[in-house]
Design a protein around this ligand. Structure first.
Ligand SMILES: Nc1ncnc2c1ncn2[C@@H]1O[C@H](COP(=O)(O)OP(=O)(O)OP(=O)(O)O)[C@@H](O)[C@H]1O
Length: 272
């Protein structure tokens, strides 16, 4: 059973030394937060503050508390006690192991005796990606989409940390809707940096970054549901076209009306 942690982010300063647009941000088990903002606005710095459990000692001056208190040193230094897992677009496995060897190594470190989790992890990873991963595949030979899918499944099933940080995990090779459903299915706090509108809108809250600081925190009211449904349709259409392209399809005779779905009409409506 995963331990429950409530994370508190206490505000710091943006790059102009100005106070951020919040006092304390409370993140509870089961919450999903998206961090959005232009390039260089401080998204990675925020996620790094959380990952390193900053105590006013980073460039932003933020403090991260767990269950209202400064976290013990072991949470920061000892991987086995660390309640936070971070997956970034640069997450790579350097060892030249098979997927099976890699997962077993992680199981032995985190959940000794639970070799049964091997199958569960690979099964979940394969729901995230269209390019099936086999236990015999080499870790170093996996594509970007396969690597992200495996890392997310590994973090959910084997790592099982109560707080999961994901830095730009979007990739053409993964089914984002399935990933977000799995992430939101458990009792974990999930914080993701994203430029992807679908992922950003499906989060419970959006942290909007500007000039190195949090400018605002927007709570989802549920009124964005029609837009999310539209985006899902567009994603699906894009996925179909991408797959056909990959198979070498010729689109010269296809009318562009294929994009004029109700989704597009309501997007235009929403913009008014
Ligand atoms: N509060 C702050 N005060 C001073 N410098 C900051 C602050 N926040 C971020 N920075 C610095 O600004 C630069 C850009 O920040 P960061 O990499 O976090 O942006 P980003 O939004 O993740 O960018 P990208 O979308 O390109 O990945 C970094 O050098 C970072 O150290």
């Amino acid at each position: 059973m995963t331990k429950q942690f409530t994370l508190m982010v206490q505000s710091g300063k943006n790059r102009f030394g100005e106070k951020e647009g919040f006092e304390t941000l409370e993140i509870r088990p089961g919450d999903t937060l998206a961090i959005v903002g232009p390039t260089g606005s401080g998204k990675s710095a925020l996620i790094n503050d959380i990952e390193t459990l900053a105590q006013g000692d980073s460039i932003t001056g933020r403090r991260i508390l767990i269950n209202g208190q400064e976290p013990p040193e072991s949470f920061v230094r000892e991987p086995a006690f660390k309640p936070i897992a971070l997956i970034t677009q640069n997450t790579r496995c350097l060892a030249d192991l098979s997927v099976e060897e890699f997962l077993l190594m992680h199981i032995r470190a985190r959940k000794p005796g639970r070799e049964d989790l091997l199958e569960e992890t690979i099964k979940l990873a394969n729901t995230f990606t269209g390019e099936s991963i086999s236990l015999k595949s080499r870790m170093s030979g996996l594509s970007g989409g396969q690597t992200r899918s495996l890392m997310i499944a590994d973090a959910l099933v084997i790592g099982d940390t109560p707080i999961l940080l994901l830095d730009e995990i979007e990739n053409a090779g993964i089914f984002k809707d399935r990933v977000i459903q799995s992430l939101q299915g458990g009792n974990k706090a999930v914080i993701l940096v994203t430029h992807d509108p679908y992922l950003a809108l499906t989060a419970d809250r959006r942290i909007v970054m500007k000039h190195g600081g949090v400018a605002s925190v927007i709570e989802s009211t549920g009124e964005e549901q029609p837009l999310i449904a539209d985006l899902a349709l567009i994603e699906d259409k894009l996925h179909q076209i991408r797959e056909k392209l990959r198979q070498g399809a010729d689109f010269s005779s296809v009318s562009s009306k294929v994009f004029m779905t109700p989704a597009k009409q309501s997007l235009q409506f929403n913009r008014v």
